[in-house]
Design a binder for this molecule. Sequence first.
Ligand SMILES: [Zn+2]
Length: 239
Amino acid sequence: MFWHRRTVGRVELAFTDRDGGSSEGPWSSLNLGTSNGDVDDLVRRNLELVSEELDVDRLVRMTQVHGAEVAWTDEVAAGEIPVADVLLTDEPGVGVLVRVADCTPIVIVGLDEPVAGVVHCGREGLVKGVVMAAVGSLRERGAEALEAYVGPRACGRCYELPEEMADAVGAVVPEARSTTSWGTPAIDVGAGVMAQLRELGIPATDLGAHECTIEDERFYSYRRQGQDSGRFGAVAVIR
Ligand SMILES: [Zn+2]
């Protein structure tokens, strides 16, 4: 169920993998995505399993749109699923969930203030500054000492793009421009995220540095599996 799990101060964070859920076929088995063809009831069960395992009172998720909008859980009504790519909380017991298949999942933890959040960052998020939006919003609520954990994603040697698109990303975040293992233009979103966090002065641990969702079947991958790809996720909860 969990590829990685740890506690940092008052915050517990976890990255899921594909194991331990109820979904079948291409979604097998811990698919957390609701808009990819899987059976709704099975996805609901998978979300419940993760909630139970992490002992959260409420698990808030978001409709991710490759933007830089931020939502705080205290502004999200019960049952509401905000449209955002950053989900932050200062409420103990409330879990925040980001869902991915090749994009980069990021968890941000407050060290002096009880805050935590998750971020969804792909090619567009990198260019739009979704990481900066997350950090800015956390700092607005008084959290200065922050730490980040970056999870598994498509690696820079697999994420091929047309040259023009790869160069457009590189023009904004030079560290993200890369080349595939077969010599064509690519981007490394994880490297770009790490560079942006560094620039923001946030110590970051790149948990997914040696992983690749496209190459490793422990994870879901949109590029490998197409439309039927499930979603794995990252959760943060304040205790
Ligand atoms: Zn790869």
